[in-house]
Write a protein that binds this ligand. Structure first.
Ligand SMILES: [Zn+2]
Ligand SMILES: [Zn+2]
Length: 95
């Protein structure tokens, strides 16, 4: 196993937390791995999850009405007041 070296106290030493270089078939090259998986693949998966979460429209129930929160921050409420004024107390109640 090819361990990733860390600088500790001014000297390069093998780390003792399981970080090592290994060939990743998803990355098609040698990448840094922890004991479980490829760190670059992990990072990609995290970024993908974050992007997916940002794209989602959230639907929240406020009393009898439904407030939709769009990824760009726009909010829409199903109540009559919102249709007339483009704002209402419900959209103010959701984060
Ligand atoms: Zn990878
Ligand atoms: Zn409303």
């Amino acid at each position: 196993m090819e361990w990733i070296k860390w600088k500790r106290g001014g000297r390069w030493v093998d780390n003792d937390e399981g970080y090592h270089y290994a060939y990743c078939h998803a990355c098609c090259r040698k990448t840094e791995h922890d004991l479980r998986s490829c760190i670059e693949c992990d990072n990609r998966a995290i970024r993908r999850r974050q992007r997916a979460a940002r794209k989602q429209v959230r639907t929240l129930n406020v009393g009898d009405y439904t407030v939709k929160v769009y990824p760009n921050g726009k909010k829409y409420c199903s109540c009559k007041g919102f249709q007339f004024r483009k704002t209402c107390k419900h959209v103010g109640m959701v984060a």
